[in-house]
Ligand binder design. Structure first.
Ligand code: ATP
Ligand code: MG
Length: 319
């Protein structure tokens, strides 16, 4: 499946752009988002990288944790996830706000139980957004501009972690509830805590649904971005192994920043030789995947114009 097939396929709801630091993840996410919107899909491009650069890439302010329409392209919205805002929402979604007595006891108890602390906040929020947009039919498609590999791997292992974490809490709840009913009969009980438990149960169900959607290659595609250099190859290997382990479909690699032929420039010639030699290894390593080559531009990729230019190369309509 070429990148064009991915972007123009109706059933694809999530496209994630990921890879090593600085290789062009944000530019590629932006370019794919512009293509998707121009094709008529209501598209949201979402940055899960705490060091956001989506605003810089689109040359528009997309900060503040709200969905903002992107100027210059119909059907396109953008958002940089805000840590503070998202954390508060996530905590309340996890029932942290309600805090009935059972919840408080459970969290106190959990403090004593190793390995049951809730997962990291940036990733949790980003995942909270995935859950939100899985249910939200306002967009046909959400394109994720992810953080460099390590961070993104943490995000992707979250469904499993959260699932088992919530599972443990819910089991704990069962154990506590008989004790609590005794206490309630002594002090008089409210119904509020039941609501927060119900929310946890619902969150667990949502996570289960998300894991199914994220593993379905008709719905989700992780597009790996890399440059033709040895370090990037190693990191891509690790990334693909993890994606495979978590059943996240990945069939496309963008190889970015290829130095064009320039006989008058010794430096360019040397770099090109090095890259072309790595390209041979890359083609050999990733025979089963679709590879898209993108040249190094003579300027930064910025604004709708730059992203549109990159997009044309991604779908093979320009070289
Ligand atoms: N093919 C290219 N030609 C020229 N410049 C490029 C190309 N691809 C990316 N760039 C530039 O390289 C810089 C880094 O790109 P980008 O922000 O897309 O990478 P990233 O992988 O998202 O980085 P980070 O890991 O910091 O999030 C930007 O200034 C971008 O304009
Ligand atoms: Mg980036």
């Amino acid at each position: 499946m070429t990148l064009k097939d991915v972007i123009y396929k109706d059933s694809i709801k999530f496209i994630l752009s990921g890879g090593k630091g600085g290789v062009g993840k944000t530019s590629c996410a932006g370019a794919m988002a512009v293509l998707s919107a121009q094709q008529g899909y209501r598209t949201l491009v979402l940055s899960t990288d705490p060091a956001h650069s989506l605003s810089d890439s689109f040359d528009q302010n997309l900060a503040g944790g709200e969905v903002i329409p992107i100027q210059g392209v119909d059907n396109l919205w953008g958002m940089e996830i805000s840590t503070e805002k998202g954390m508060a929402e996530f905590q309340s979604a996890m029932g942290g706000g309600a805090g009935g007595p059972e919840m408080q006891m459970a969290s106190q108890f959990m403090g004593d139980v190793g390995g049951m602390a809730p997962p990291g906040s940036d990733e949790a929020m980003a995942f909270g957004k995935i859950l939100e947009f899985i249910e939200d039919s306002s967009y046909d498609r959400v394109i994720f501009d992810t953080a460099p590999t390590g961070h993104t791997l943490k995000l992707l292992e979250l469904p499993e972690l959260l699932d088992s974490w919530l599972g443990k809490i819910l089991t704990l709840r069962q154990r506590l509830s008989s004790m609590m009913s005794g206490l309630k009969s002594m002090f008089g009980g409210g119904g509020e805590e039941d609501q927060s438990w119900e929310m946890l149960q619902q969150t667990k169900e949502k996570i289960k649904a998300a894991r199914i959607e994220l593993a379905d290659e008709e719905v989700t595609q992780f597009v790996v971005v890399m440059i033709p250099e040895a370090m990037a190859v190693f990191e891509t290997q690790r990334l693909l192994a993890s994606l495979h382990a978590w059943n996240i479909p990945a069939n496309n690699i963008i190889i970015n920043q290829l130095v064009p032929e320039n006989p008058d420039c010794q430096f360019c010639h040397k770099r090109r030789q090095m890259q072309q030699s790595n390209m041979e290894d890359i083609r050999e390593l990733y025979q089963d995947m679709d590879l898209t080559e993108v040249p190094l531009f003579n300027q930064e990729i910025r604004g709708i114009e730059g992203l549109t230019r990159l997009g044309k190369i991604l779908i093979g309509e320009d070289k």
